[in-house]
Design a protein around this ligand. Structure first.
Ligand SMILES: [Fe+2]
Length: 243
């Protein structure tokens, strides 16, 4: 394993051994997938981000040391990655802190034209990870993970200004009250990215694990049309406290 650490991120290359990687790739080909918007618009993705595919969400508990799906123990497939993440448990705690005892595991397929806009992960999470499982990737295929080099508050998605509407505007709009949302102005995140303007891109190299600290805005650049039928296949999840 080769490790690289920077502002807000840790990258571990050659994370799985050859058999483990092939096992995950086999499992991923036979996993059940559905569009991320199959239950209505999932607001994690902008309307312009396209519609990647996702698997059900598995949970690994550090207390029971089991991977589960809907409370059923899973001993193969995604469990290969759980065991490997457990092997670096101490290192993960050193990097993210120790305020978590579980993590989620979800597969994602990003075909050409899909991505994920700038965001921070939910404040409930103590960190996130992405593992790249596709067998091959090329520099022209896009799909890079970009991470800004300065942390922001967990409410960075809010508007940087509060636009209060007058009584007259409220009456004209038919809306009873409330400020105009960030859709019409700059968010705190947008301003931070604009001010800093510097960060890191992480290439979706096969068999690479990326761990991200909370409050570092990040995005997935769209997979380029030059990727053709090649799909960006990842397993991603969050470190959190199990309820
Ligand atoms: Fe994220």
């Amino acid at each position: 394993m080769k490790k690289t650490q920077g502002n807000g991120y840790l990258v571990i290359d050659d994370f799985l051994n050859e058999d483990e990687l092939f096992a995950i790739q086999l499992y991923m080909q036979f996993e059940k997938y559905f569009p991320v918007h199959s239950n209505g618009w999932s607001k994690s993705w902008r309307l312009t981000d396209g519609a990647p595919f996702t698997s059900p969400c598995y949970i690994f508990s550090c207390l029971t040391r089991n991977t589960t799906l809907n409370a059923e123990i899973i001993s193969d497939g995604m469990n290969v990655l759980s065991r490997k993440l457990l092997e670096i448990y101490g290192e993960l705690r050193e990097f993210l802190g120790d305020d978590w005892n579980a993590f989620s595991l979800t597969s994602y397929l990003y075909p050409s034209g899909t991505g994920l806009g700038w965001h921070e992960d939910d404040a409930l999470y103590k960190g996130a990870y992405i593992f790249y499982a596709h067998p091959e990737w090329r520099p022209s295929w896009g799909g890079e993970l970009c991470i800004i080099d300065t942390a922001v508050s967990s409410s960075a998605g809010l508007s940087e200004k509060v636009y209060d509407a007058s009584e007259n505007v409220l009456r004209l709009s038919g809306i009873i009250g409330g400020a105009v949302g960030p859709e019409f102005g700059w968010t705190i995140r947008d301003r931070n990215i604009n001010e800093s303007g510097i960060g890191t891109f992480v290439y979706p190299k096969p068999n690479r694990l990326v761990v991200i600290k909370p409050n570092y805005s990040h995005c997935i650049k769209k997979v380029d049309t030059s990727a053709g039928e090649n799909v960006r296949c990842s397993v991603a999840g969050f470190f959190h406290q199990n309820a």
